[in-house]
Design a protein around this ligand. Sequence first.
Ligand code: ATP
Length: 140
Amino acid sequence: MAKQYAVIGLGRFGSSVAARLYESGQEVLGVDVNMERVEDSNEFVTHAVIADSTDPESLKAIGIRNFDTVIVAIGNDIQASILSVLLLKELGVKKVIAKALNKLHGQVLEKVGADWVIFPERDMGIRVAHQLLSPNVLNF
Ligand code: ATP
């Protein structure tokens, strides 16, 4: 059965998470404050809305607590990212995944309740190294 995901922040990271989930047949709501980003996401999300995730009333209006998993893909605005995670957990979202820009940002995200913190550059670097070290991979 399809799960319901919301992706907040439709930059490169958020868009690629949303698109992959959508391609796999999941229900994906895209959320961004930026109207252009919301319009551009129409091909790879089920629905998209313009909303500010630091505003509790907007989150309630979206019905955010009905989503199985919410991905906070806001990076550069650290304050918005932290506040969004805090509000999502307070509103009762079970699983909140958040992208961190650096170690300290990641620690704060964990403190405010993020269930899984992702460090895209670090995690991708580790993955590339694993691939290179894997005996099944052709030599580069
Ligand atoms: P990426 O590195 O994934 O390409 P980016 O460089 O566009 O992202 P970020 O600051 O990480 O920049 O923002 C990702 C998206 O989050 C942007 O499209 C931005 O409009 C959106 N965003 C920022 N703050 C909020 C907010 N409070 N509510 C909803 N969306 C937001």
